[in-house]
Design a protein around this ligand. Structure first.
Ligand code: SAH
Length: 374
């Protein structure tokens, strides 16, 4: 494993402005940042020696004060449906997971933002792992770096079975609550969207939140990436049991925050509302009617996610019939309602199945949530 050198700056996690500042601080021209950023993110280079358009003197200087240190891949799985999952070790011994999902023209990467999660949604296996720490910006963008490099390598090998396209979409839907790791997630998203980074359009970078209301407003003040919210229930009473942060930020406040998010973004922008269907819990046709009424004033599309089971969970996936019935109520009410296909479940890579390995699980507590959401 590459060992962290605390005296060196890891350039991997610096968005353009911070990278320019870094070059200025070491007495170099700011434009060097663009050259180096291209090497790191376009070419997947982790070694200054390979940066052939950078002078030898500068390369040597950089090697002394900086590093490009992605997290380490400890395991990789490829599903029968082409989904790939990487288990990635981060400093401190814990690991997180990133999932690449090829689907037609799109290649979507699902990225983790925290080691574990503090929110403890009752139907999510990540929550059961407890919370350890926030990922750094380098560890978040490192997942994109690793997946891009894997795609390039597959292409170089002319591996016909492999997927050759570049990453077209990123969803912050892996382990963790991205809005509770705000600064690092935003820095990483800036790199995803930058021309000198991964050049992914802001409509194709989606942040999914369980509903940390004040942070939704804060997000809108710095960027307008696509926003997804995890609704999962039409009433506060039920949502309190499924998504406990609802006790702090109830449904009406969440919807109001989504409405504010869309202000000034143009008619066509919509919020994605995620709704995981759990047998006998939130999948009844009356509940679909309630959802339809609830979302009346929010421009949105609804993504239904059949519950993905995991060990030690008593919940069951809604039967296909119930999923389709729920969907048709919403469609009849005028919504776009899609059913998320279950991808990669044979390698435990489906929504809510990402667990990684959390070394210190002691930090999950209401007090922690209160502290970080204030
Ligand atoms: N913390 C973020 C990202 C979570 S993962 C959030 O809450 O939005 C992305 C989606 O998968 C969320 O909507 C989440 O609630 C859902 N999910 C979690 N566990 C699941 C499971 N076991 N089956 C289906 N969906 C699940």
């Amino acid at each position: 494993m590459a060992i962290a050198d605390v005296t060196k700056t890891n350039l991997l996690g610096l968005p353009m402005e911070k990278l320019e500042d870094f070059f200025q601080e070491i007495g170099e021209q700011r434009f060097r940042a663009q050259q180096v950023s291209k090497w790191i993110h376009h070419h997947g280079v982790a070694n200054f020696d390979e940066m052939t358009n950078v002078s030898k003197a500068l390369r040597e200087k950089l090697a002394e004060v900086a590093e490009i240190r992605p997290p380490e891949v400890v395991h990789e799985d490829i599903s029968e449906d082409g989904t790939r999952k990487w288990v990635i070790r981060v400093d401190g011994g814990s690991s997180v997971e990133a999932v690449l999902i090829p689907e037609g023209k799109r290649t979507t990467l699902c990225v983790s933002s925290q080691v574990g999660c503090a929110l403890d949604c009752s139907f999510c296996s990540t929550g059961k792992q407890g919370f350890n720490r926030n990922l750094t910006a380098a560890e978040i963008i490192g997942q994109v770096w690793i997946a891009s490099k894997a795609l390039v390598e597959a292409k170089d090998k002319n591996d016909k079975a492999a997927h050759h396209k570049a990453i077209s979409n990123v969803v912050m839907m892996g382990m963790g609550e991205p809005l509770l790791n705000f600064d690092n997630v935003v820095d990483a998203m800036y790199i995803m969207m930058a021309d000198f980074g991964y050049g992914i359009s802001k409509r194709r970078v989606t942040l999914s939140t369980a509903g940390v209301v004040p942070k939704i407003d804060q997000l809108r003040s710095v960027t307008d990436v696509a926003l997804a919210i995890s609704l999962h229930a039409p009433t506060d009473e039920l949502r309190n049991t499924l998504v406990p942060i609802n006790k702090k930020y109830p449904i009406s406040e969440l919807i109001a925050a989504c409405q504010r998010y869309l202000v000034g973004l143009g008619e066509r922008r919509k919020i994605t509302v995620e709704y995981t269907l759990i047998d006998g819990v939130n999948d009844q046709p009356e509940q679909a009617q309630q959802v339809a009424r609830l979302l009346r004033d929010l421009p949105c599309k609804i993504n239904l996610i059949p519950f993905n089971p995991f060990p030690l969970s008593d919940y069951r996936r809604s039967p296909r019939k119930a999923v389709l019935a729920f969907q048709s109520v919403l469609i009849n009410a005028g919504y776009t309602a899609t059913i998320r296909s279950t991808r990669g479940d044979d390698i435990d890579a489906a929504c809510g199945q990402l667990v990684g390995q959390v070394e210190d699980r002691t930090r999950r507590s209401d007090r922690y949530i209160a502290a970080v959401t204030l």
